[in-house]
Design a protein around this ligand. Structure first.
Ligand SMILES: [Zn+2]
Length: 250
């Protein structure tokens, strides 16, 4: 009985320690820069290219109706994979994780800052495919994850109340900053291309849905959140759109 009690206390202390580090992660990051609305922490020296990457991300975010210049963001660059796994409960294959239901801190997997790239694991379906990387430089990941934090500030914590297509589709819509060809992606979807299959790790189908609602139907993001379309109906509506022959719908 005593052993069980001791083990219980041991687990409790471990759990509280883990939670404490989750709320105060800076103790595991020795380097830091502050720039505009971002504080970037890292476990290594931070290359000066970071300033341009933040600038590029903020330009995209400033196009969002959820953005304002008083918002602050905390980004943590994990060059050590174990550190990334520690803060993401073992999700070492993820690109980045925004804890938007808890601390609103954002953790990134190992990055190549001088070359503005995330370093993908070999396990990614598109790890070696330049088509899926050219439109995802490091500023895209920064803007995508910071958009999740803006979504969480707008809706309140509780991301489980919102469909994945909206959460991820809007983060990509902002994160890619207009670098998205509606016609091309609609055609790829009709061709059942893996790029439009979210289970392969890309959000192009979700982006297509949000793009359609905002650009074609003219809703703003607040209107979408107030009256979230049914996914099946939206998918059918989008699927039945004629694929435009020209670039008019770009
Ligand atoms: Zn995301």
């Amino acid at each position: 009985m005593k052993t069980i009690k001791k083990a219980g206390i041991g687990f409790l202390i471990l759990g509280l320690t883990y939670l404490g580090i989750m709320f105060f992660p800076t103790i595991l990051f020795a380097h830091k820069i502050e720039y505009k609305q971002c504080t970037v922490y890292s476990d290594r020296n931070i290359d000066a290219e970071i300033y341009g990457i933040i600038d590029s991300a903020l330009v995209r975010m400033s196009t969002s109706e959820l953005y304002d210049t008083t918002q602050h963001f905390r980004l943590f660059l994990c060059n050590d994979l174990w550190r990334f796994g520690f803060f993401t409960q073992g999700s070492t294959l993820a690109d980045a994780v925004a804890q938007y239901d808890l601390t609103r801190n954002i953790f990134f997997r190992p990055c190549d800052i001088p070359n503005h790239k995330i370093i993908p694991p070999n396990e990614w379906y598109f790890a070696k495919n330049p088509f899926s990387f050219n439109d995802r430089p490091l500023w895209y990941y920064f803007a995508h994850e910071m958009t999740h934090v803006m979504q969480s500030r707008y809706t309140g914590r509780g991301s489980w109340n919102y469909p994945t297509w909206l959460t991820e589709g809007y983060a990509d819509y902002i994160g890619k900053g207009g670098n998205f060809n509606f016609r091309e992606n609609l055609a790829l979807w009709h061709d059942r291309a893996p790029e439009l299959d979210p289970s392969k790790g890309l959000y192009r189908l979700y982006h297509l849905k949000v793009y359609y609602l905002m650009q074609t139907k003219g809703y703003n993001i607040q209107a979408i959140y107030q009256n979230i379309p049914d996914d099946a109906a939206l998918t059918a509506e989008l699927w039945n759109l004629p694929v435009p022959e020209n670039e008019d719908l770009k």
